[in-house]
Design a protein around this ligand. Structure first.
Ligand code: SF4
Length: 346
């Protein structure tokens, strides 16, 4: 074990000595080495979302990526246990795709402001108010909401999913800004109904998308003013915005894409400076992987839900095999159909 801990410390120190204090790296290396030992003993696979804190991100996951990539990896794995170092809706997606495996999320507190903005009953109400209009649901939702949907989407394939439906109208839930960005890109007019069922809409084609007022509490914080101020100081900066940012922020940026698309963009291009308008741990992780590139840090917008996932909790999760994701089988099957339809689109 001592050898594994030293090797882990050397790895983390090589990548993160500029961002994480040395005493913390030593402590985390020891926990990570124990997790990796237990992972083999329990025949488990660990998935790490791009928003995990750097020491966890670079030490224990077998796979890193966005939630969908990770769920796909999980589906290909022959391990008995999947530990999802991400938030609950992500672990649920892994369970939807891997019903026979034990899926664990290290903290029961790892929620999401977007996923919590809408319930299955809300979706049923929307369907009653807009009959025969297909429901496109962002992957950042809980299983019961997915189960009420026709098809899921990610921030990377949302436009392709909407276009694939070939219908006059779609209900697109729950992210208000992602929906607005998709509407802008596809040239559709979007409306946001209130929760009041008495609110009426004319039955003509004055709108083509029906949105919902859910927001990511991280990405909604970025403003056009932030961008203007950074450009004043660094005129040659390339700004990348996640599509959960407001349409104004996306328009004022140079590139917009999913977490994976942003990572690929930085890897494949060479700009004097980059600024990523997204969760701050991801900025740290991309900076560590690209030491030859100048990454600017605008602020420290850390997702409080992602922040709940620590190495300590992951160790305890594996030791006690907690907190297991359980989904009602009828709900899971319906949600599977919506996720599977999306997977065919890519
Ligand atoms: S970053 Fe936003 S969308 Fe992602 S888990 Fe946190 S609150 Fe939810």
């Amino acid at each position: 074990m001592i050898t594994e801990t030293h090797a882990m410390y050397d790895k983390l120190s090589g990548l993160l000595s500029d961002t994480v204090p040395d005493f913390e790296l030593r402590m985390k290396a020891e926990i990570a080495a124990e997790i990796n030992r237990l992972k083999i003993e329990k025949n488990a696979v660990i998935l790490g979302h791009n928003y995990m804190e750097p020491a966890l991100f670079y030490s224990i996951p077998d796979y890193v990526g966005d939630s969908l990539e990770l769920s796909r990896k999980a589906a290909q794995s022959d391990k008995d246990i999947i530990v999802f170092c991400g938030v609950k809706f992500m672990a649920e997606t892994a369970k939807i795709l891997n019903p026979t495996k034990k899926v664990l999320v290290p903290s029961p507190k790892a929620g999401c402001s977007l996923a919590e903005s809408i319930t299955a009953a809300d979706v049923r109400d929307l369907k009653a108010r807009f009959p025969a209009v297909p429901v496109v649901t962002y992957i950042n939702t809980y299983a019961d909401v997915k189960a009420e949907s026709d098809i899921c989407c990610t921030s990377g394939n949302a436009v392709a999913v909407v276009n694939s439906l070939n219908t006059d109208r779609v209900i697109f839930i729950p992210d208000e800004y992602l929906a607005a960005n998709v509407a802008r890109e596809t040239g559709k007019h979007i409306i946001y109904p209130t929760r009041d069922p008495r609110q009426k809409f004319q039955d003509d084609l004055e709108y083509q998308m029906v949105g919902w007022p859910g927001r990511c509490e991280v990405h909604e914080k970025f403003t056009v003013e932030d961008i203007v101020n950074v450009r004043k100081q660094f005129p040659d900066v390339v700004i990348l915005a996640h599509p959960e940012c407001s349409p104004e922020v996306v328009e004022a940026s140079d590139f917009s894409g999913s977490t994976t698309a942003m990572i690929n963009y930085v890897q494949k291009t060479r700009a004097p400076h980059y600024l990523m308008l997204t969760e701050c741990s991801m900025g740290d992780n991309v900076a560590a992987a690209n030491p030859d590139k100048e990454m600017l840090r605008l602020c420290s917008v850390r997702c409080p839900h992602m922040n709940e996932i620590t190495l300590e909790d992951t160790l305890e999760s594996l030791q006690k095999e907690q907190f297991e994701i359980v989904i009602d089988e009828e709900v899971r099957k319906k949600a599977y159909v919506a996720v599977e339809r999306m997977l065919h689109i890519g």
